[in-house]
Design a protein around this ligand. Sequence first.
Ligand code: AQP
Length: 302
Amino acid sequence: MNEKRKIILSGIQPSGIFTIGQLMGAVNNWVSMQQEYESFFMVADMHTITVRQKPADLRQHTLDSVALFLACGIDPEKSTIFVQSHVPAHAMLTWVMNSFTGMGECGRMTQFKDKSAKNEDNINIGLFSYPVLMACDILLYGADVVPVGEDQRQHLELTRKLAIRFNHHYSDTFKIPEPVIPKYGARIMSLQDPTSKMSKSDENQNAVIYLNDSDEVIKKKIKRAVSDSGEGIIFADDKAGIKNLMTLYSITKNISIKEVEKEFESARYGDFKIAVGNSVAEYIAPIREKFEEIKKDKKYLE
Ligand code: AQP
């Protein structure tokens, strides 16, 4: 039993109620991996302030994030849950690592380009060096693996590059981490534009399923989800909307994509969407109920 367990670290920004994308892309893996790994899960508030925040909202979202971690199945007896800004070493190492990072390396990051386009009036240095902070989050804890969604793959590659560079210049200081990205659910798409990632800050609320959405709201959003003018429940890249709904069904029912195809072989889109709506609502309901329950106990969360 003395064998040293491998370490995982991952985080989520407290910028609102989590989406089903964050659950399927990241948190579900956290829950299963915490059994085996020494686990650190972080409320990444320093990342969140790269976009303007209202202080009261940020405080509330930080507590909500902890409540959501617990509601999704993170066990505080097994895992360490912490708030990033409570550990000054994150900022301290970031200053060091900023001096090892090229301007071009940060400028190439897709997330920086996307977030700059969304926040044209506030393209700040924090937003630019966000991936350096993320690299330091991971390297500080000596994480072996980092469970994340597909959109974070590029940041993980930079983390590895910076660690290797630092180790090469000095001594073997940092462990080189590996990403863990789920086979399905690594990129849950917007319900209204299935060619782009489901994001909690989407202006169109019908595009996003939040973990506190009611059964009725979930069913309605999925009924209205954009599909295509064709037919057939087929998992194909040219059927992005249907592919996304099939992913949601497969994960919420815990069956394979092949089984989904078989179950809906001769179904029409409308009937399929009703089935997906029911399945997703059933999957989210216990999380929502647990979240509402835990949220009442602010003292415990603090
Ligand atoms: N749609 C998604 N599908 C799969 N995984 C996702 N993740 C986020 N969205 C999806 C994964 O969730 C983890 C935490 O992400 P984050 O806190 O960095 O949030 P984000 O990616 O910035 O999320 P949003 O919803 O896009 O927020 P806004 O709209 O505020 O920018 C990561 O592991 C991420 O891969």
